[in-house]
Design a protein around this ligand. Structure first.
Ligand code: NAD
Ligand code: GLY
Length: 378
């Protein structure tokens, strides 16, 4: 971790910390700070190329693309912008193709560097485009949501949704650098800030109880967007994610713990229609359901479930699951969860908490899962 402040062109740039992802030749830094986006120095270590393409969306591009374009102009002869439609419902083949269309129209070659400027949707799609255009071109993540800064921009999972299942098509493909400019969080809607807090909270029960204590003690500062609090939340989340991904890049085991709450959460997202609930909202509620399942499996006590539920609620997230079907709600949840990537031979696998700061993946009897869904849904 490094710390530094510099004055460039009248603007103060602060690198509050750098977290490293150690993956041999695919290692890269996560730069966390303020005023980073508009400074060419932030991107100094990237390889040279004739062309850079910023992939963003119609909401984020008007806010931040120009700053980034200016910062990149000294390094790349041409810097193009692709603004995708905004929303989880656009995380599709059709939208992905818009990126390929633009890359081909601009004559982009194998050295072209893609910059994903936006939240997790833009980051996942840009990463997948980078993984597949000409069989792989370099890319950089410039996440502008809290969720993307603490989770989706780090670790190399890229992809798109299929109507039948979330993130079902994609690739593991690591960026060259992740740049988390905390200033971008100032324009984030409150609901999106809360969604990001779901993924921050996730790291506590699965890996670090001291961090869980810290989140509880600092939730008001986080909701008030205190920069120092956000910087710590982003840094600690990235450290934990780096630690997990460094041991299990392609999720053959350990990495699955990062999906705590996601089995129920993905069912909520797909069942309600992508975009109805935000990903972080579905994960927040999914963690409540997964905590109840852990309790019914005898792995944690009710006090833990209540503690986690209270924290998720305090972050402004839903703690009661939605009805996904008027006649057979439980059946619909089960049907959707069987399409989860962790399912094996049709058996649903859940990330459960099975000790202090310890998570594991396991199956659970259908009857127990049915009880949990019944108890947790309106
Ligand atoms: P998102 O990308 O849809 O962004 C949320 C909203 O905020 C969008 O409307 C966006 O345009 C807007 N926005 C972004 N930055 C802004 C800013 N600074 N100011 C104002 N508005 C801004 O959603 P998200 O929560 O960032 O990401 C969710 C996605 O990430 C899901 O598709 C999920 O599957 C994926 N994800 C991927 C991973 C991974 O490891 N690859 C991990 C977690 C989540
Ligand atoms: N967000 C889950 C993972 O990156 O593995």
């Amino acid at each position: 971790m490094q710390t530094g402040t510099s004055k460039l062109g009248g603007m103060t740039t602060s690198t509050l910390s750098t977290v490293s992802i150690a993956l041999g030749e695919r290692s890269y830094p996560i730069t966390i700070g303020t005023g980073l986006l508009g400074q060419s120095a932030t991107f100094a270590a990237l390889p040279s190329a004739a062309t850079a393409v910023i992939v963003s969306n119609t909401t984020v591009a008007p806010l931040y693309a120009q700053q980034l374009q200016l910062a990149l102009a000294s390094k790349y002869k041409s810097v193009h912008l692709v603004a995708l439609p905004d929303g989880e419902e656009y995380k599709t083949w059709q939208t992905l193709n818009l990126i390929f269309d633009a890359l081909l129209e601009q004559g982009c070659d194998r050295k072209t560097v893609l910059f994903a400027l936006g939240g997790g949707v833009v980051g996942d799609m840009t990463g997948f485009a980078a993984a597949s255009y000409m069989r792989g071109i370099p890319f950089v993540q410039v996440p502008t949501t809290l969720l993307a800064q603490v989770d989706s921009s780090v670790g190399g999972k890229t992809g798109i949704n299929h109507p039948m299942g979330k993130n079902m098509i994609g690739a593991f493909y690591q960026p060259l650098q992740v740049v988390c400019d905390l200033d971008t969080l100032k324009t984030l809607p409150d609901r999106e800030l809360s969604a990001g807090l779901a993924e921050v909270i996730k790291y506590g029960p699965i890996a670090d109880l001291k961090f869980l204590d810290w989140i509880e003690a600092n939730m008001d500062r986080l909701l008030a967007r205190d920069v120092q609090a956000l910087a710590h939340a982003v840094q600690r989340s990235c450290e934990i994610k780096a630690w997990v991904v460094g041991q299990d890049e392609r999720e053959s085991g350990l990495r699955a713990i990062l999906n705590f709450g996601h089995t129920f959460g993905h069912a909520i997202e797909a069942g309600l229609g992508y975009g109805a609930w935000l990903h972080g909202e579905a994960v927040g509620c999914g963690m409540v359901m997964a905590a109840h399942l852990s309790q019914r499996l005898g792995l944690v006590d009710m006090a833990f479930v209540q503690r986690l539920t209270a924290l998720i609620g305090k972050a402004g997230l839903p703690v009661v699951g939605p009805q996904l079907h008027a006649q057979d709600n439980v059946g619909r949840y089960l049907e959707l969860m069987r399409v989860d990537k962790k399912a094996e031979g049709g058996e649903i696998r859940f990330v459960v908490i099975d000790g202090p700061a310890r998570a594991a993946m396991r199956g659970a009897p259908d009857a127990l899962v049915r009880e949990v869904i019944d108890a947790c849904c309106i």
